[in-house]
Design a protein around this ligand. Sequence first.
Ligand SMILES: [Zn+2]
Length: 332
Amino acid sequence: VFSDGDVWPTFRVEEAWAEGLDAIALTDHVEYQPKKDHVSTDRNASYRLAVKRAEELGMLLVAGAELTRRMPPGHMNGLFLQDANALAVEDWKAAVAEVRRQGGLIMWNHPGWVGQQPDGIARWYDDHTALYEQGALWGIEVANQSEVYPEVIEWCRSKNLAMLGSSDTHQPITTENRIARHSHRTMTLVFARERSLAGLREALVQKRTVVYVGDQLIGAEEWLGQVFKRSVIFSPDTITARGRQSVNVSATNTSEIPFHLSLAAPDAVLHAPQRLTLLPGTTAVFQVRATADTLTVDAPVTLRWKVTNLITGKDRGLEFPLQLRAQLKPSR
Ligand SMILES: [Zn+2]
């Protein structure tokens, strides 16, 4: 409410807790205070009001603020701030320097937002090169609300920047139209070693993040591969069959995220379905069988799947090789 939001800061904490989140950042605009005739202009007010409720609920609350400038450089969040009021300066470069002086992290927000890029395509400018080269830019939003910026995935990969996703919510989360289309807000999954602000910060600095937007997870192979491997259990791992007899294979998805698999290439030994959908919290059963009834095989086989909603790059899904052992004999 201290910028253009409609929700009191303690309520933000409550609704995030109710949604099962572990951490949130409140990032009121630094330069934009349309309600200043009615509420305080203290840019630390949100954090100060909400931090006690966050502590009571065991939520981690990150002190932040959004530098709201024309493109370039566009909008940027400072996170882990000491004093957001100190960012209210004329020159955006001085504001960035102040974030860094406070030990804060700088992320570039919604680079393809139609308010600044009418065609919705994110563009990298000289100012971003300058920020990047001085080590000031830590991460970029790959997704904001329901928008996804595929080109940004490639920037983050090639420049080793953190991939981030944000709700950027202004209204109550349940009534935010653009988010209500999905079952959850757009968020960043952070792989932290401990559940503390220090642990969160360490994981963020090291860029151990995955973006969760709609049914998609966006991130590096390293993290998405782990997410998939630890979410889905395939059984059995040995396929024993005679001729073209079918063998049932079950795939149990223990996560809350659906996985959409597509066979990247047919296998010479085992025939498997072209597509599979693994719904959250369910077991799917599919059939495999020998590609010919004359095969005699006792060897490892790899079914080369792609998980099409685990996004590792522009138009690129996670590769998942399912390792099986085939013990096949010709039909009698
Ligand atoms: Zn913004």
